[in-house]
Design a protein around this ligand. Structure first.
Ligand code: ZN
Length: 335
């Protein structure tokens, strides 16, 4: 099962709220969000213990040969030996790199795309088997089978109780954050893509939540607004983006600037995907930037040098919530 890899994020959170008087500041590695009390102010600081664990996977593509495998071996089979550990996470988030639809007419603008990914709606059972809680839809395959295929994907996910973000009937709908709940922690997820621009949802037209990778004020304002909206509804915010070309090994400087600006705007975990290759991880202001989480389930050919089948990287995180503001702690973890 060489196609199975996982990003694993463990987030400690709101199991038991304990008042800690005279707390001398955050534990090593924990950086409270701006607005949290100064350590020397000695406020009654709320430290929440326990753990909410979140697994972040990159691309999950259940079409083509994988869909055939689901028919043959059942919906759980595609997760292989990781199934039990995936089920154990409080939250499991994936990038849905295909349409869950019975529509078979591919999208094209005169020219056809190189790849179209579609699985039968019944393949949603595979997502349920692994306990997928959230599907990121802002990507370059959500509209592979036209708007009808995308809208059916939304209905299928909703029918299965799987939250989603990043695509919708119009730009406002595509931008709405998902809010997941686990052990009292509200986790907001926003989903963006930097291509294809021709699929960008409009004021009155369906599509994906598009943004250029730009920190220029006129481009970045919408990103900031969406993050703010997510923060108003959630204790912890994950920023998903499908960005950059396939097979790129490391993020260019402009991507790094963008990711840091996203953290500055109030995000706790930056979750990139699209390259099919795991790129670097950076900690910025105490927050992890996962530049590209690679592939997770697919039937893609393996590049012998780029090794898109070796995208396993895991982290273990703890979170301390100080006066309602979450800090993030990463402990190295192997898997
Ligand atoms: Zn993609």
């Amino acid at each position: 099962m060489g196609w199975l890899r996982a990003w694993v994020v463990r987030i400690g959170a709101a199991l038991a709220a304990t008042a800690v008087a005279g707390c001398g500041g955050a534990p090593e590695g924990v950086v409270p969000r701006a607005g949290a009390p100064e350590a020397d102010a000695q406020p009654e600081t709320t430290v929440r213990t326990g753990a909410v664990s979140i697994a972040l996977a990159g691309d999950v593509m259940l079409g083509r040969l994988v869909n055939d495998l689901i028919y043959e071996a059942g919906p759980a089979y595609v997760w292989g030996e990781m199934l039990e550990s995936l089920r154990a996470y409080d939250l499991f988030l994936v990038n849905l790199e295909f349409a869950l639809t019975s529509h078979t007419e591919p999208w094209h603008d005169g020219a056809f795309k190189a790849f179209y990914f579609r699985a039968d709606p019944s393949a949603v059972e595979s997502l349920q088997e692994a306990g997928v809680d959230f599907a990121s839809l802002a990507n370059n395959h959500a509209l592979d089978f036209q708007v009808a295929g995308m809208l059916e994907t939304l209905r299928v996910l909703e029918g299965a109780g799987i939250a989603h973000a990043g695509a919708g009937e119009n730009a406002a709908a595509a931008r709405v954050p998902a809010v997941l709940r686990a052990k009292g922690l509200r986790v907001g997820v926003v989903s963006w893509a930097d291509y294809p621009v021709e699929w960008a949802a409009g004021e009155d037209s369906p599509g994906i939540n598009f943004t250029p990778v730009s920190v220029e004020a006129e481009d970045f304002a919408a990103v900031e607004r969406a993050i703010r909206a997510a923060r108003e509804q959630a204790d912890f915010v994950v920023f998903s983006i499908h960005w950059g070309p396939n097979w790129r090994v490391r993020p260019p400087e402009g991507f790094r600037r963008f990711a840091r600006a996203v953290i500055d705007a109030g995000v706790d975990v930056f979750w990139g995907h699209s390259a099919h290759i795991v790129q670097g991880v950076e900690f910025y202001s105490g927050r992890p930037i996962l530049y590209d989480t690679g592939d997770f389930v697919d039937d893609y050919a393996v590049d012998p040098e780029k090794r898109n089948d070796l995208s396993a990287l895991c982290g273990e995180m703890g979170t301390e919530v100080v006066e309602g503001e979450a800090g993030v702690l990463l402990r190295p973890a192997g898997r």
